[in-house]
Design a protein around this ligand. Sequence first.
Ligand SMILES: Nc1ncnc2c1ncn2[C@@H]1O[C@H](COP(=O)(O)OP(=O)(O)O)[C@@H](O)[C@H]1O
Ligand SMILES: [Mg+2]
Length: 496
Amino acid sequence: MIPAPPAFYAEPDYIGSHKFVGREAQLQELDDWAKAADPTNLLLYEAIGGNGKSMLTWEWATNHATTVRSDWAGRFWYSFYERGAVMADFCRRALAYMTGRPMEELEKKKTPELADDLLARLHERPWLLILDGLERVLVAYHRIDAAEVPDEEANAPTDKILNRNPCDAIREEDSDLLRRLAAAAPSKILVSSRLIPRAFLNPSSQAIPGAKRITLPGLRPADAELLFRSCGIIGDSEKIQEYLSQNCDNHPLIIGVLAGLITNYLPDRGNFDTWVADTSSKGGAYLDLAKLDLIQRRNHILRAAFEALSDKSRELLSTLALISSSVDYETLSAFNPHMPPEPERVEKPEHPEKCKDWESMGHWQKVGAKEKYKADQYRRRKFEQSFLIWEKSASTPEALEKLSTTVRDIELRGLIQYDSYLRRYHLHPVVRGVTVGFMKTEETNKYGLRVVDHFSSVPHPPYEKAKNLEDVASRLHVIKILLKLERYRASLKSQY
Ligand SMILES: Nc1ncnc2c1ncn2[C@@H]1O[C@H](COP(=O)(O)OP(=O)(O)O)[C@@H](O)[C@H]1O
Ligand SMILES: [Mg+2]
């Protein structure tokens, strides 16, 4: 249900894993920008993944925006992280919210028409729109595995396929719309992105009139310490601040992960001072970060956190990283790593008539091929049956109890978040990307096939009846992962 304006509408809600701290300067900056007197009506926060862009903009939009201004026509938050978020969907939802028109009616319209309609309304009254994670509409992220593109790859100078500028929007019409949003006074548009869309810059890389760009720094040292301590860490204040500033530029996601490492540092749990002085492979002194840039330091710390996981936790985290959206408890328990070994896999046989040498076969050869096909089909059916029984063993009480311990472990380490309102488990896009990057090919294959089997067995409406991406979500998961496993042929077949 889309709420009626001026009530706040979020698509979907943002899930943060800590209580909001600090950012006084930015909140002040946002307060000033939101006022009618400020000449810019689009503000872009830019920073690498995990630096706190979403958390800051969510905090301001939900807890400050209405204090600083009481005349908002409405406030709409749209996140480009999940599912197949695209500009056209953003426009439709914005218009559905602003006008009360049903989504079905708007589904028939294309972006340029939607954009005209949207702009007319934005010029009429002061709306607040927040575009979270806008990098997803840019060339750099336009890949089937967009949910896991690491920062370092997205920053590479050209996109591999088309040699286009990575900061261009994939569709020209999206660039037009972005440019027009920068002139949508009296409305205010707040954007966060890992990369700056070129549409917001003039040829000399300055922000175009109406737009303002700000690079979001890490937290202030004292706030970084506060966040660290809120995760249960104790230690010398000065040393903590120095360490966090020097080793991770007070990057909030990494602070959470470091805290997770120290909480699980068995010689002295949660004690920063002991951990940082320990030169063994379990200690902090071992993480030699001095020569690396911020993205490398971030990935280095995430790798240490990944390697510190138990086999079961690693298995679960890796499997979840392959699914490109947040998951509910049912899906999570289908991937319970505390299960007996999986039955031996039998692939779906190919019908002999589809085989390329079918025509050239003699009569008896054809008979033989058909017999073999029947036997293979039988073995495949047997496998499917034992697979179902095996999947059910994931939900015995003992298995479920072990699962909750494992989930709790990953959560405490800052690698997964639980949204108690939506009741979904969520991996930060950075953790997802880095985890997939760390996985060995055998692991990607093994866990990937499991995800494929699971989502292939989930019932879904026929394609003709599908209205939106959600209706085909389970099929999309299957196709995305098969592509990742470089099973291009299998991926094509699974669509029919
Ligand atoms: N101001 C903050 N206070 C507390 N935690 C924060 C803050 N900013 C970020 N975090 C933590 O860091 C994580 C990453 O932040 P997020 O806003 O999702 O990053 P980004 O949008 O830049 O990728 C969040 O899940 C949250 O736990
Ligand atoms: Mg974000």
